[in-house]
Design a protein around this ligand. Structure first.
Ligand SMILES: Nc1nc2c(c(=O)[nH]1)N[C@H]1C(S)=C(S)[C@@H](COP(=O)(O)O)O[C@H]1N2
Ligand SMILES: [Mo]
Length: 245
């Protein structure tokens, strides 16, 4: 498995897994790839086994906690082994594809868009949920008004600085609780949680909420993302237990 990074844009990638290396191994290529491969394989196994599926979906959203989930008070960090260090001056958000008004926003331009506060719960497919997260950023509605997707642009892929991708329907992105967040609990989102800017789609498992987002592409056809091609469900409704495909 090979991962392509967005290099050459002033972005530093830092290993998030502690590795004990021999000095002469420092420049060996493929180290990051190996660490990720192990993590990715174990998640693919989870998908193959259908781990955590209770078989009792909560279609009416009767419970705040979706089936098979446990509430946590901390905020776990999940990534592919790298956390891009994106300096605000280098940060860009391209929104493109089937839209009337494609944009490439600097952080300053992003901050100049209308800002809103949101409160929502997080549900990670690995079974933890975290209630009442306070986000601030730009609503998806504002983004849609800005770029004006064409009628046939029914699908979206998010691309991130670490090479991650994930897909949603444009109708899901258009939900009133979806945003591109830069702050959490009144502070800039920390690097490990996807700052400067991450997607937040509260009604879906959190793998759909791309961290370090840098490109949003509107398309006519669906294009499954990183986990979606590795056994995760193409949608991701926690109350329907849409964990794996
Ligand atoms: N760019 C990027 N976004 C990502 C991921 C990732 O590896 N890279 N992991 C996803 C997964 S599986 C989860 S559960 C959440 C984790 O977000 P957190 O680390 O802030 O809890 O980010 C999602 N977005
Ligand atoms: Mo996740």
């Amino acid at each position: 498995m090979r991962i392509f990074f967005c290099a050459g844009q002033g972005i530093d990638l830092q290993l998030t897994t502690k590795v004990h290396r021999m000095p002469d191994e420092d420049d060996k290529p493929g180290l990051i790839g190996k660490i990720k491969d192990k993590l990715i394989r174990s998640k693919e196994d989870w998908a193959a086994e259908g781990r955590l599926i209770t078989g009792r979906p909560d279609l009416g959203h009767v419970h705040r906690l979706p089936p098979g989930q446990k509430e946590v008070k901390n905020w776990p960090v999940l990534d592919l082994g790298v956390q891009p260090d994106v300096k605000l001056a280098n940060w860009r958000l391209q929104i493109m594809g089937l839209v009337d008004n494609p944009v490439a926003l600097t952080f300053e331009q992003f901050q100049a868009l209308p800002q809103q506060d949101f409160v929502s719960d997080i549900h990670c497919v690995t079974s933890w949920s975290r209630f009442d997260n306070h986000w601030r950023g730009v609503s998806a509605k504002t983004i849609l008004d800005l770029v004006k997707p064409k009628a046939e642009a029914r699908h979206i892929v998010f691309h991130s600085y670490d090479g991650y991708t994930t897909n949603v329907k444009t109708s899901v992105f258009a939900d009133s609780n979806v945003l591109l967040a830069h702050s959490w609990e009144g502070k800039p989102i920390p690097r490990e949680h996807g700052g400067p800017v991450r997607v937040v789609i509260p009604d879906w498992y959190f793998w759909k909420s791309a961290k370090w987002v840098t490109r949003i592409v509107f398309m006519a056809e669906d294009q499954p993302g990183f986990w979606e091609v590795r056994g995760y469900h193409n949608e991701g409704d926690p109350w329907k237990e849409e964990r794996y495909s």
